[in-house]
Ligand binder design. Structure first.
Ligand code: ZN
Length: 133
């Protein structure tokens, strides 16, 4: 396997076109796979986000509170998924427009290792650490 070489990379001297194309294709595939996964998760969790059944004869008061808590958690998980899907959509848009791999904030290259860790990342490490409280 060429793993060692791929990990160390030759990014110091910049990527040649072929290598960069292949990397981008790989990252695009990762983004699309994650998108599919998130949508499937969201679909399968749809039921647990439904309003809590109010029929007291069916569920006791405590279990109704449990159910409401579960629903709140399901909604929070859905919010997180929606946020991630938005980031992925935006990344796929940047792929289409050719802006992918460049920081949306300062336009510098985003380190390839950073993109591999999170292909949907939109900012370089400098901008990300600046915006973090
Ligand atoms: Zn930046």
């Amino acid at each position: 396997m060429l793993l060692g070489r791929a990990v160390e990379g030759c990014y110091v001297t910049g990527m040649n076109a072929g290598e960069s194309d292949r990397d981008v294709a790989e990252l695009a595939a990762m983004l699309q796979a994650r998108q599919v996964e998130l949508r499937a998760l969201s679909d399968s969790a749809r039921e647990s986000r439904q309003p809590v059944e109010l029929d007291q004869s069916k569920v006791g008061r405590l279990s109704r509170m449990d159910a409401m808590q579960d629903q709140a958690m399901a909604q929070e998980a859905e919010r997180r998924r929606a946020g991630e899907l938005q980031r992925i959509d935006a990344a796929l848009e940047r792929l289409k427009s050719g802006d992918y791999g460049y920081c949306v904030s300062c336009d510098e290259d985003i380190a390839p290792a950073r993109l591999k860790l999170d292909p949907a990342v939109a900012t370089c490490i400098n901008c990300a650490s600046r915006s973090r409280r």
